[in-house]
Design a protein around this ligand. Structure first.
Ligand SMILES: [Zn+2]
Length: 278
């Protein structure tokens, strides 16, 4: 689903903090907006083999760096309201997302983001229980957020998005099952929160054009991938590219990812990898 599709007809405002030539988004494109993706946050030092985890103190350093650099956190809902012409975005917006919804992570991000007056978009499973992790073995023993934790995050201003029901690679499922993963999780979360769920994060970042279309058809307004989407935010709102924040991402690494055109580099690497059949 490419630029020009969907709800991009409104006349959005100007974003301060994004270079002048990029500051008037046309067709819902926000070239300067970066999207980060975290997974697990641990109270202590995460296991060194645990690529997708950061410690709470590392997360705090990241947020401190972002705040000192003048960034303000926004959610996909904020972006949606902005693109619909209903709200402004703060100067230098950055979109922070969390995938999976691990139990301990929920408590940690609630308190850590509160320290900085920040917020994030958190993608959780509509089944509210640990899935069969077929590819990420070290996640097996993790508790997931329960309904109460998800409610707490939501009422604290975090956006809750869906990460499917069972965390399956959607590319391996027939279309009607993909549709069910999307609709059932949307309904379960909407029933829980009495609020519309507008965003979906594809498990494992695994997405193709059919899956993007199904996300749109089942009522989502945004779909988040990781590796495959175009570098410019809004060019494909059903495959939003995100910058992974992992165990090795220090504040200095984050600074590089925030100030350099990292997503263009990652996009190029993805394209070359695909051309070479990797
Ligand atoms: Zn996931």
């Amino acid at each position: 689903m490419r630029e020009g599709d969907g709800a991009e007809q409104s006349r959005p405002g100007k974003v301060s903090g994004i270079p002048e030539e990029d500051s008037s988004p046309v067709g819902g494109v926000l070239p300067g907006l970066k999207v980060l993706v975290y997974h697990k946050v641990a109270l202590g030092t995460p296991d060194k083999d645990y690529l997708w985890a950061v410690s709470q103190s590392r997360l705090r350093q990241h947020l401190r760096f972002l705040m000192r650099s003048g960034y303000s956190t926004v959610t996909l809902r904020n972006v949606s309201d902005f693109l619909d012409g209903r709200a402004e975005l703060p100067p230098k917006p950055v979109l922070i997302t969390f995938d999976d919804g691990f139990g301990e992570t929920g408590e940690i991000i609630l308190s850590t983001f509160n320290e900085f007056g920040s917020k994030a978009t958190v993608f959780v499973l509509g089944a509210f229980e640990p899935p069969e992790w077929e590819r990420v073995r070290e996640f097996k023993r993790e508790e997931m957020m329960d309904r109460e934790q998800i409610r707490k995050l939501h009422s604290a201003g975090f956006e809750i998005g869906s990460h499917s029901m069972t965390h399956s690679d959607l590319r391996s499922l027939p279309n009607d099952e993909v549709r069910k993963e999307m609709s059932d999780s949307k309904r379960a979360l909407e029933n829980l929160l009495q609020d519309e769920i507008i965003s979906f994060a594809y498990p494992y970042g695994a997405v193709n054009e059919t899956i993007e279309r199904l996300a749109s058809e089942t009522g989502y307004r945004y779909g988040c991938g990781v590796y495959s989407g175009p570098p410019k935010f809004g060019t494909d709102i059903y495959d939003i590219r995100r910058i992974p924040v992992t165990l090795g991402t220090t504040s200095r690494h984050l600074a590089i990812k925030m100030t350099m055109p990292y997503e263009y580099y990652a996009w190029l690497r993805f394209k070359i990898g695909r051309t070479l059949g990797r």
